[in-house]
Design a protein around this ligand. Structure first.
Ligand code: TGC
Ligand code: FAD
Length: 392
Protein backbone atom coordinates (compact mmCIF):
# COMPACT_ATOMS: atom_id res chain seq x y z
CA UNK A 1 0.00 0.00 0.00
CA UNK A 2 1.28 3.50 -0.79
CA UNK A 3 -0.37 6.85 -0.15
CA UNK A 4 -1.18 8.98 -3.18
CA UNK A 5 -0.41 12.66 -2.64
CA UNK A 6 -0.80 13.56 -6.32
CA UNK A 7 -1.69 17.16 -7.12
CA UNK A 8 -2.30 17.88 -10.79
CA UNK A 9 -0.31 20.77 -12.25
CA UNK A 10 -2.32 23.36 -14.22
CA UNK A 11 0.15 26.18 -14.86
CA UNK A 12 -1.91 27.93 -17.56
CA UNK A 13 -5.36 27.41 -15.99
CA UNK A 14 -6.29 24.94 -18.72
CA UNK A 15 -9.17 23.86 -16.46
CA UNK A 16 -10.93 27.07 -17.51
CA UNK A 17 -11.15 25.66 -21.04
CA UNK A 18 -13.03 22.61 -19.76
CA UNK A 19 -16.79 22.23 -19.27
CA UNK A 20 -18.42 21.25 -15.98
CA UNK A 21 -18.96 17.77 -17.38
CA UNK A 22 -15.28 17.43 -18.34
CA UNK A 23 -14.23 18.36 -14.81
CA UNK A 24 -16.74 15.99 -13.23
CA UNK A 25 -15.55 13.10 -15.39
CA UNK A 26 -11.89 13.96 -14.80
CA UNK A 27 -12.29 14.24 -11.03
CA UNK A 28 -14.34 11.05 -10.73
CA UNK A 29 -11.65 9.14 -12.64
CA UNK A 30 -8.89 10.80 -10.61
CA UNK A 31 -10.56 9.81 -7.33
CA UNK A 32 -11.08 6.26 -8.55
CA UNK A 33 -7.41 5.95 -9.56
CA UNK A 34 -6.27 7.23 -6.14
CA UNK A 35 -8.52 4.76 -4.34
CA UNK A 36 -8.20 1.66 -6.51
CA UNK A 37 -5.06 1.84 -8.67
CA UNK A 38 -2.32 3.56 -6.66
CA UNK A 39 -2.51 1.28 -3.61
CA UNK A 40 -2.00 -1.93 -5.60
CA UNK A 41 -0.26 -1.09 -8.86
CA UNK A 42 3.36 -1.46 -7.76
CA UNK A 43 2.66 -4.95 -6.40
CA UNK A 44 0.99 -6.07 -9.65
CA UNK A 45 3.68 -4.52 -11.85
CA UNK A 46 6.38 -6.21 -9.76
CA UNK A 47 4.73 -9.60 -10.16
CA UNK A 48 3.85 -8.92 -13.83
CA UNK A 49 0.10 -9.46 -13.48
CA UNK A 50 -2.94 -7.54 -14.64
CA UNK A 51 -5.08 -6.64 -11.60
CA UNK A 52 -8.32 -8.25 -12.78
CA UNK A 53 -10.21 -6.71 -9.86
CA UNK A 54 -9.93 -3.31 -11.61
CA UNK A 55 -12.01 -4.38 -14.62
CA UNK A 56 -15.38 -3.77 -12.94
CA UNK A 57 -14.35 -0.32 -11.66
CA UNK A 58 -12.97 0.70 -15.06
CA UNK A 59 -16.34 -0.18 -16.57
CA UNK A 60 -18.15 1.75 -13.82
CA UNK A 61 -16.15 4.95 -14.37
CA UNK A 62 -17.01 4.67 -18.07
CA UNK A 63 -13.52 3.88 -19.34
CA UNK A 64 -14.77 1.08 -21.64
CA UNK A 65 -16.32 2.96 -24.55
CA UNK A 66 -16.40 6.53 -23.17
CA UNK A 67 -17.55 7.96 -26.53
CA UNK A 68 -19.67 4.97 -27.65
CA UNK A 69 -23.39 5.85 -27.50
CA UNK A 70 -25.29 4.87 -24.35
CA UNK A 71 -27.70 2.69 -26.40
CA UNK A 72 -24.84 0.20 -26.73
CA UNK A 73 -23.67 0.53 -23.12
CA UNK A 74 -21.03 3.23 -23.74
CA UNK A 75 -20.79 6.44 -21.72
CA UNK A 76 -21.83 8.74 -24.62
CA UNK A 77 -19.22 11.35 -23.69
CA UNK A 78 -17.29 13.73 -25.94
CA UNK A 79 -13.67 13.39 -27.02
CA UNK A 80 -12.25 15.70 -24.35
CA UNK A 81 -13.89 13.68 -21.58
CA UNK A 82 -12.46 10.53 -23.20
CA UNK A 83 -9.01 12.15 -23.27
CA UNK A 84 -9.19 13.32 -19.66
CA UNK A 85 -10.17 9.83 -18.55
CA UNK A 86 -7.14 8.36 -20.33
CA UNK A 87 -4.93 11.04 -18.74
CA UNK A 88 -6.08 10.11 -15.25
CA UNK A 89 -5.88 6.36 -15.79
CA UNK A 90 -2.36 6.60 -17.24
CA UNK A 91 -1.43 8.82 -14.31
CA UNK A 92 -2.02 5.57 -12.40
CA UNK A 93 -0.36 3.23 -14.92
CA UNK A 94 0.11 3.05 -18.70
CA UNK A 95 -0.77 -0.66 -18.66
CA UNK A 96 -4.19 0.00 -17.17
CA UNK A 97 -4.77 2.77 -19.72
CA UNK A 98 -3.70 0.27 -22.41
CA UNK A 99 -6.50 -2.06 -21.36
CA UNK A 100 -8.98 0.82 -21.77
CA UNK A 101 -7.52 1.95 -25.14
CA UNK A 102 -7.73 -1.55 -26.56
CA UNK A 103 -11.23 -2.21 -25.22
CA UNK A 104 -12.65 1.17 -26.33
CA UNK A 105 -10.83 2.22 -29.47
CA UNK A 106 -9.54 -1.02 -30.91
CA UNK A 107 -12.42 -3.39 -30.12
CA UNK A 108 -15.62 -1.44 -29.38
CA UNK A 109 -14.93 1.28 -31.97
CA UNK A 110 -14.50 -1.06 -35.00
CA UNK A 111 -17.57 -3.07 -33.97
CA UNK A 112 -19.53 0.17 -33.60
CA UNK A 113 -18.20 1.88 -36.75
CA UNK A 114 -17.68 -1.06 -39.13
CA UNK A 115 -20.06 -3.66 -37.69
CA UNK A 116 -23.77 -4.25 -38.35
CA UNK A 117 -26.58 -3.77 -35.84
CA UNK A 118 -26.61 -7.43 -34.72
CA UNK A 119 -22.88 -7.30 -34.01
CA UNK A 120 -23.22 -4.02 -32.10
CA UNK A 121 -26.03 -5.45 -29.94
CA UNK A 122 -24.28 -8.75 -29.37
CA UNK A 123 -20.85 -7.45 -28.35
CA UNK A 124 -20.88 -3.80 -27.26
CA UNK A 125 -22.89 -4.01 -24.01
CA UNK A 126 -20.80 -6.95 -22.75
CA UNK A 127 -17.57 -5.07 -23.58
CA UNK A 128 -18.80 -1.83 -21.98
CA UNK A 129 -19.66 -3.62 -18.74
CA UNK A 130 -16.33 -5.44 -18.65
CA UNK A 131 -18.08 -8.82 -18.73
CA UNK A 132 -16.02 -9.47 -21.85
CA UNK A 133 -12.51 -8.23 -22.59
CA UNK A 134 -11.44 -7.81 -26.20
CA UNK A 135 -8.14 -7.56 -28.04
CA UNK A 136 -6.98 -6.26 -31.42
CA UNK A 137 -4.78 -8.26 -33.77
CA UNK A 138 -2.94 -6.25 -36.40
CA UNK A 139 0.83 -6.73 -35.79
CA UNK A 140 2.48 -9.91 -37.06
CA UNK A 141 5.95 -11.35 -36.44
CA UNK A 142 7.21 -9.98 -39.79
CA UNK A 143 4.89 -6.97 -40.16
CA UNK A 144 4.96 -4.37 -37.38
CA UNK A 145 5.33 -0.83 -38.72
CA UNK A 146 4.19 -2.13 -42.11
CA UNK A 147 0.89 -3.88 -41.30
CA UNK A 148 -0.20 -3.71 -44.96
CA UNK A 149 2.19 -6.61 -45.65
CA UNK A 150 0.32 -8.98 -43.30
CA UNK A 151 0.08 -12.64 -44.26
CA UNK A 152 -2.78 -13.75 -41.98
CA UNK A 153 -5.56 -14.70 -44.40
CA UNK A 154 -8.95 -16.34 -44.73
CA UNK A 155 -10.74 -18.38 -47.39
CA UNK A 156 -14.43 -18.41 -48.16
CA UNK A 157 -15.56 -22.00 -47.57
CA UNK A 158 -19.21 -21.38 -48.47
CA UNK A 159 -20.85 -21.53 -45.03
CA UNK A 160 -17.85 -20.14 -43.04
CA UNK A 161 -14.42 -18.53 -43.41
CA UNK A 162 -11.23 -20.52 -42.73
CA UNK A 163 -8.65 -18.36 -40.94
CA UNK A 164 -4.89 -19.04 -40.78
CA UNK A 165 -1.92 -17.01 -39.54
CA UNK A 166 -0.53 -15.44 -36.37
CA UNK A 167 -0.42 -12.08 -34.61
CA UNK A 168 2.08 -11.05 -31.96
CA UNK A 169 2.42 -8.35 -29.29
CA UNK A 170 -1.31 -8.38 -28.64
CA UNK A 171 -2.39 -6.54 -25.48
CA UNK A 172 -4.89 -8.54 -23.40
CA UNK A 173 -4.95 -11.55 -25.77
CA UNK A 174 -4.45 -14.22 -23.08
CA UNK A 175 -7.50 -13.03 -21.12
CA UNK A 176 -9.73 -11.83 -23.97
CA UNK A 177 -13.07 -13.41 -24.83
CA UNK A 178 -12.96 -11.93 -28.34
CA UNK A 179 -10.34 -10.69 -30.79
CA UNK A 180 -10.88 -8.21 -33.62
CA UNK A 181 -8.49 -9.70 -36.17
CA UNK A 182 -7.30 -8.09 -39.41
CA UNK A 183 -6.73 -10.58 -42.22
CA UNK A 184 -6.60 -10.70 -46.02
CA UNK A 185 -9.21 -12.39 -48.19
CA UNK A 186 -8.39 -14.35 -51.33
CA UNK A 187 -8.10 -11.10 -53.32
CA UNK A 188 -5.62 -9.69 -50.76
CA UNK A 189 -8.11 -7.15 -49.34
CA UNK A 190 -7.91 -6.56 -45.55
CA UNK A 191 -11.09 -7.19 -43.50
CA UNK A 192 -11.87 -7.33 -39.78
CA UNK A 193 -13.17 -10.59 -38.27
CA UNK A 194 -14.43 -11.19 -34.74
CA UNK A 195 -12.80 -14.36 -33.42
CA UNK A 196 -14.20 -15.81 -30.18
CA UNK A 197 -12.35 -17.76 -27.52
CA UNK A 198 -13.26 -21.42 -27.78
CA UNK A 199 -13.25 -21.55 -31.60
CA UNK A 200 -11.28 -24.65 -32.55
CA UNK A 201 -7.70 -23.91 -33.66
CA UNK A 202 -7.57 -20.50 -31.94
CA UNK A 203 -4.94 -20.08 -29.17
CA UNK A 204 -3.51 -17.09 -27.28
CA UNK A 205 -0.08 -17.89 -25.75
CA UNK A 206 1.19 -15.30 -23.26
CA UNK A 207 4.36 -13.25 -23.87
CA UNK A 208 6.66 -13.30 -20.84
CA UNK A 209 9.85 -11.49 -19.78
CA UNK A 210 8.66 -7.91 -20.37
CA UNK A 211 10.40 -5.07 -18.49
CA UNK A 212 7.61 -2.72 -19.56
CA UNK A 213 3.81 -2.62 -19.16
CA UNK A 214 4.12 -5.35 -16.57
CA UNK A 215 0.61 -4.76 -15.22
CA UNK A 216 -0.79 -5.33 -18.71
CA UNK A 217 -0.98 -8.82 -20.14
CA UNK A 218 0.43 -9.35 -23.66
CA UNK A 219 0.29 -12.38 -25.94
CA UNK A 220 -0.04 -13.85 -29.40
CA UNK A 221 -3.02 -14.87 -31.49
CA UNK A 222 -2.55 -18.13 -33.40
CA UNK A 223 -5.08 -19.27 -36.01
CA UNK A 224 -4.74 -22.83 -37.21
CA UNK A 225 -7.63 -23.52 -39.62
CA UNK A 226 -10.10 -21.59 -37.45
CA UNK A 227 -13.70 -21.78 -38.75
CA UNK A 228 -15.09 -18.28 -38.34
CA UNK A 229 -18.86 -17.89 -38.88
CA UNK A 230 -19.68 -15.57 -41.78
CA UNK A 231 -21.71 -13.30 -39.51
CA UNK A 232 -18.45 -12.44 -37.66
CA UNK A 233 -17.01 -10.42 -40.56
CA UNK A 234 -17.20 -6.63 -40.01
CA UNK A 235 -19.10 -5.64 -43.15
CA UNK A 236 -18.92 -1.85 -43.34
CA UNK A 237 -15.25 -1.06 -44.02
CA UNK A 238 -12.28 -2.88 -45.54
CA UNK A 239 -8.72 -2.07 -46.59
CA UNK A 240 -5.79 -0.94 -44.40
CA UNK A 241 -7.68 2.28 -43.65
CA UNK A 242 -10.08 0.24 -41.45
CA UNK A 243 -7.56 -0.78 -38.76
CA UNK A 244 -5.71 2.54 -39.15
CA UNK A 245 -8.98 4.36 -38.43
CA UNK A 246 -9.16 2.52 -35.07
CA UNK A 247 -5.56 3.50 -34.37
CA UNK A 248 -6.45 7.17 -34.82
CA UNK A 249 -8.84 6.90 -31.91
CA UNK A 250 -6.42 4.98 -29.69
CA UNK A 251 -3.45 7.25 -30.56
CA UNK A 252 -5.57 10.25 -29.61
CA UNK A 253 -6.23 8.68 -26.18
CA UNK A 254 -2.52 7.94 -25.76
CA UNK A 255 -1.66 11.61 -26.45
CA UNK A 256 -3.75 12.48 -23.38
CA UNK A 257 -2.62 9.46 -21.38
CA UNK A 258 1.05 10.37 -21.68
CA UNK A 259 0.31 13.71 -20.00
CA UNK A 260 -0.98 11.77 -17.00
CA UNK A 261 2.25 9.78 -16.68
CA UNK A 262 4.30 12.98 -17.09
CA UNK A 263 2.23 14.83 -14.47
CA UNK A 264 2.72 12.04 -11.97
CA UNK A 265 6.52 12.05 -12.50
CA UNK A 266 6.70 15.84 -12.26
CA UNK A 267 4.53 16.03 -9.15
CA UNK A 268 6.51 13.29 -7.43
CA UNK A 269 9.87 14.89 -8.31
CA UNK A 270 8.76 18.37 -7.24
CA UNK A 271 7.57 17.13 -3.84
CA UNK A 272 10.74 15.09 -3.35
CA UNK A 273 13.02 17.99 -4.36
CA UNK A 274 11.35 20.29 -1.81
CA UNK A 275 11.78 17.74 0.97
CA UNK A 276 15.18 16.21 0.23
CA UNK A 277 18.02 18.13 1.92
CA UNK A 278 21.64 17.88 0.70
CA UNK A 279 24.44 20.31 1.60
CA UNK A 280 22.03 21.90 4.14
CA UNK A 281 19.43 22.98 1.58
CA UNK A 282 16.48 21.30 -0.13
CA UNK A 283 17.71 20.12 -3.53
CA UNK A 284 14.85 22.19 -5.05
CA UNK A 285 16.90 25.27 -4.16
CA UNK A 286 19.69 24.34 -6.58
CA UNK A 287 19.61 25.74 -10.11
CA UNK A 288 20.28 22.40 -11.80
CA UNK A 289 17.21 20.82 -10.19
CA UNK A 290 15.11 23.91 -10.92
CA UNK A 291 16.07 23.71 -14.58
CA UNK A 292 14.79 20.13 -14.74
CA UNK A 293 11.52 20.99 -12.96
CA UNK A 294 10.92 24.23 -14.91
CA UNK A 295 11.42 22.45 -18.22
CA UNK A 296 9.05 19.68 -17.13
CA UNK A 297 6.17 22.03 -16.31
CA UNK A 298 6.78 23.93 -19.56
CA UNK A 299 6.51 20.75 -21.62
CA UNK A 300 3.47 19.48 -19.71
CA UNK A 301 1.71 22.81 -20.25
CA UNK A 302 2.45 22.75 -24.00
CA UNK A 303 1.15 19.18 -24.22
CA UNK A 304 -2.03 20.09 -22.31
CA UNK A 305 -2.79 22.87 -24.80
CA UNK A 306 -2.00 20.65 -27.78
CA UNK A 307 -4.39 17.92 -26.68
CA UNK A 308 -7.12 20.33 -25.65
CA UNK A 309 -7.05 21.86 -29.14
CA UNK A 310 -6.88 18.42 -30.77
CA UNK A 311 -9.87 17.32 -28.68
CA UNK A 312 -11.82 20.37 -29.80
CA UNK A 313 -11.05 19.56 -33.45
CA UNK A 314 -11.96 15.91 -32.84
CA UNK A 315 -15.31 16.88 -31.32
CA UNK A 316 -15.97 18.85 -34.50
CA UNK A 317 -14.81 15.84 -36.60
CA UNK A 318 -12.03 18.02 -38.07
CA UNK A 319 -8.94 16.36 -36.52
CA UNK A 320 -6.73 14.75 -39.18
CA UNK A 321 -4.77 11.51 -38.74
CA UNK A 322 -1.55 13.51 -39.15
CA UNK A 323 -2.54 15.91 -36.35
CA UNK A 324 -3.20 12.91 -34.10
CA UNK A 325 0.22 11.45 -35.00
CA UNK A 326 1.92 14.70 -34.04
CA UNK A 327 0.24 14.75 -30.62
CA UNK A 328 0.93 11.07 -29.90
CA UNK A 329 4.58 11.45 -30.84
CA UNK A 330 5.17 14.73 -29.04
CA UNK A 331 3.41 13.82 -25.82
CA UNK A 332 4.86 10.34 -25.37
CA UNK A 333 8.36 11.64 -26.06
CA UNK A 334 7.75 14.47 -23.61
CA UNK A 335 6.56 12.03 -20.92
CA UNK A 336 9.49 9.69 -21.44
CA UNK A 337 12.02 12.53 -21.14
CA UNK A 338 10.27 13.83 -18.01
CA UNK A 339 10.28 10.34 -16.46
CA UNK A 340 14.04 10.04 -17.06
CA UNK A 341 14.78 13.46 -15.55
CA UNK A 342 12.38 12.94 -12.64
CA UNK A 343 14.04 9.65 -11.78
CA UNK A 344 17.38 11.41 -11.49
CA UNK A 345 15.90 14.00 -9.10
CA UNK A 346 14.99 11.15 -6.77
CA UNK A 347 18.54 9.78 -6.80
CA UNK A 348 18.71 6.17 -5.63
CA UNK A 349 15.12 6.27 -4.36
CA UNK A 350 14.03 6.78 -7.96
CA UNK A 351 14.83 3.22 -8.93
CA UNK A 352 12.56 1.67 -6.29
CA UNK A 353 8.91 0.67 -6.49
CA UNK A 354 8.21 2.99 -3.55
CA UNK A 355 7.82 5.70 -6.18
CA UNK A 356 5.96 5.49 -9.48
CA UNK A 357 8.61 7.09 -11.71
CA UNK A 358 10.68 4.09 -12.78
CA UNK A 359 7.47 2.13 -13.54
CA UNK A 360 6.20 5.01 -15.71
CA UNK A 361 9.57 5.23 -17.43
CA UNK A 362 9.62 1.54 -18.31
CA UNK A 363 5.96 1.60 -19.39
CA UNK A 364 6.56 4.56 -21.67
CA UNK A 365 9.19 2.56 -23.60
CA UNK A 366 6.26 0.48 -24.90
CA UNK A 367 3.99 3.47 -25.38
CA UNK A 368 6.62 5.18 -27.56
CA UNK A 369 6.73 2.01 -29.71
CA UNK A 370 3.15 0.74 -29.97
CA UNK A 371 0.38 2.37 -31.98
CA UNK A 372 3.08 3.56 -34.41
CA UNK A 373 6.68 4.13 -33.34
CA UNK A 374 8.19 7.55 -32.65
CA UNK A 375 9.90 7.47 -36.06
CA UNK A 376 6.80 6.31 -37.96
CA UNK A 377 4.82 9.27 -36.58
CA UNK A 378 7.59 11.63 -37.63
CA UNK A 379 7.38 10.19 -41.16
CA UNK A 380 3.60 10.70 -41.12
CA UNK A 381 4.12 14.39 -40.31
CA UNK A 382 6.89 14.57 -42.92
CA UNK A 383 4.62 13.12 -45.58
CA UNK A 384 1.76 15.41 -44.59
CA UNK A 385 3.81 18.60 -44.90
CA UNK A 386 5.94 17.69 -47.94
CA UNK A 387 3.66 15.40 -49.92
CA UNK A 388 6.52 12.87 -50.22
CA UNK A 389 6.21 9.36 -48.75
CA UNK A 390 9.53 8.48 -47.06
CA UNK A 391 8.35 5.09 -45.71
CA UNK A 392 9.16 3.13 -48.81
P1 TGC B 1 -1.00 3.94 -46.85
O1 TGC B 1 -0.92 3.52 -48.28
O2 TGC B 1 -0.46 5.25 -46.42
O3 TGC B 1 -2.54 3.89 -46.38
C1 TGC B 1 -3.39 2.75 -46.65
C2 TGC B 1 -4.81 3.24 -46.54
O4 TGC B 1 -5.07 3.66 -45.20
C3 TGC B 1 -5.45 5.04 -45.16
N1 TGC B 1 -4.87 5.62 -43.94
C4 TGC B 1 -5.58 5.86 -42.84
N2 TGC B 1 -6.90 5.74 -42.61
C5 TGC B 1 -7.33 6.08 -41.39
N3 TGC B 1 -6.51 6.49 -40.41
C6 TGC B 1 -5.18 6.62 -40.59
N4 TGC B 1 -4.36 6.99 -39.61
C7 TGC B 1 -4.65 6.30 -41.88
N5 TGC B 1 -3.41 6.29 -42.42
C8 TGC B 1 -3.55 5.86 -43.69
C9 TGC B 1 -4.88 5.63 -46.43
O5 TGC B 1 -5.58 6.78 -46.82
C10 TGC B 1 -5.08 4.48 -47.40
O6 TGC B 1 -6.44 4.43 -47.77
P2 TGC B 1 -6.90 3.95 -49.24
O7 TGC B 1 -8.37 4.11 -49.23
O8 TGC B 1 -6.16 4.88 -50.18
O9 TGC B 1 -6.43 2.53 -49.36
O10 TGC B 1 -0.41 2.76 -45.99
P3 TGC B 1 1.09 2.27 -45.82
O11 TGC B 1 1.10 0.80 -46.02
O12 TGC B 1 2.03 3.12 -46.65
O13 TGC B 1 1.38 2.54 -44.26
C11 TGC B 1 1.28 3.77 -43.70
C12 TGC B 1 1.74 3.78 -42.23
C13 TGC B 1 3.19 3.38 -42.12
C14 TGC B 1 1.57 5.19 -41.72
C15 TGC B 1 0.88 2.79 -41.41
O14 TGC B 1 0.98 1.52 -41.85
C16 TGC B 1 1.14 2.86 -39.93
O15 TGC B 1 0.56 3.68 -39.25
N6 TGC B 1 2.03 1.97 -39.37
C17 TGC B 1 2.19 1.84 -37.94
C18 TGC B 1 1.55 0.55 -37.48
C19 TGC B 1 0.89 0.69 -36.16
O16 TGC B 1 0.63 1.76 -35.64
N7 TGC B 1 0.53 -0.45 -35.58
C20 TGC B 1 -0.20 -0.46 -34.34
C21 TGC B 1 -0.69 -1.85 -34.01
S1 TGC B 1 -1.94 -1.84 -32.76
C22 TGC B 1 -1.12 -1.42 -31.36
O17 TGC B 1 0.02 -1.11 -31.30
C23 TGC B 1 -1.95 -1.46 -30.16
S2 TGC B 1 -1.15 -1.11 -28.72
C24 TGC B 1 -2.49 -1.20 -27.76
C25 TGC B 1 -2.31 -0.76 -26.35
O18 TGC B 1 -1.98 -1.61 -25.50
O19 TGC B 1 -2.68 0.44 -26.08
P1 FAD C 1 9.46 -2.64 -36.49
O1 FAD C 1 8.35 -2.26 -37.40
O2 FAD C 1 10.29 -3.81 -36.85
O3 FAD C 1 10.40 -1.38 -36.29
C1 FAD C 1 11.72 -1.46 -35.75
C2 FAD C 1 12.35 -0.08 -35.88
O4 FAD C 1 12.45 0.28 -37.27
C3 FAD C 1 11.54 1.02 -35.20
O5 FAD C 1 12.40 1.92 -34.58
C4 FAD C 1 10.82 1.70 -36.37
O6 FAD C 1 10.52 3.07 -36.12
C5 FAD C 1 11.86 1.57 -37.47
N1 FAD C 1 11.26 1.60 -38.82
C6 FAD C 1 10.33 0.77 -39.33
N2 FAD C 1 9.98 1.15 -40.58
C7 FAD C 1 10.71 2.26 -40.86
C8 FAD C 1 10.81 3.13 -41.99
N3 FAD C 1 10.04 2.96 -43.07
N4 FAD C 1 11.67 4.17 -41.91
C9 FAD C 1 12.41 4.39 -40.82
N5 FAD C 1 12.38 3.59 -39.71
C10 FAD C 1 11.53 2.54 -39.74
N6 FAD C 1 0.01 -4.62 -31.91
C11 FAD C 1 -1.29 -4.99 -32.14
O7 FAD C 1 -1.69 -5.24 -33.28
N7 FAD C 1 -2.17 -5.07 -31.10
C12 FAD C 1 -1.82 -4.83 -29.82
O8 FAD C 1 -2.66 -4.91 -28.91
C13 FAD C 1 -0.46 -4.47 -29.55
N8 FAD C 1 -0.05 -4.29 -28.26
C14 FAD C 1 1.29 -4.08 -28.01
C15 FAD C 1 1.74 -4.08 -26.69
C16 FAD C 1 3.11 -3.94 -26.42
C17 FAD C 1 3.58 -3.99 -25.00
C18 FAD C 1 4.02 -3.74 -27.48
C19 FAD C 1 5.48 -3.55 -27.21
C20 FAD C 1 3.57 -3.74 -28.80
C21 FAD C 1 2.21 -3.93 -29.08
N9 FAD C 1 1.75 -4.02 -30.40
C22 FAD C 1 0.44 -4.37 -30.66
C23 FAD C 1 2.70 -4.00 -31.51
C24 FAD C 1 3.20 -2.61 -31.87
O9 FAD C 1 2.22 -1.87 -32.53
C25 FAD C 1 4.46 -2.78 -32.72
O10 FAD C 1 5.48 -3.23 -31.84
C26 FAD C 1 4.86 -1.49 -33.42
O11 FAD C 1 3.92 -1.13 -34.39
C27 FAD C 1 6.26 -1.60 -34.07
O12 FAD C 1 6.39 -2.76 -34.80
P2 FAD C 1 7.68 -3.71 -34.55
O13 FAD C 1 7.80 -3.96 -33.10
O14 FAD C 1 7.52 -4.88 -35.45
O15 FAD C 1 8.90 -2.84 -35.00
Amino acid sequence: MSSDLFQAPDYYQVDELLSEEHILVRNATRDWVKKEVTPIINEYAQKAEYPTQLTKGLAEVGAFGPYIPETYGGAGLDQISYGLMMQEIERGDSGIRSTCSVQSSLVMYPIYAYGNEEQRKKYLPKLASGEWIGCFGLTEPNYGSNPGGMVTHYKDMGDHYLLNGAKMWISNSPMAQIAVVWAKNEEGRIHGLIVERGMEGFTTPETHNKWSLRASITGELVFDNVKVPKENLLPNKSGLGAPLGCLDSARYGIAWGAIGAAMDCYDTALRYAKERVQFDKPIAAYQLQQKKLAEMITEITKAQLLTWRLGTLKNEKRATSAQISMAKRNNVDMALKIAREARQILGGMGITGDYSIMRHMMNLESVVTYEGTHDIHLLITGMDITGHNAFK
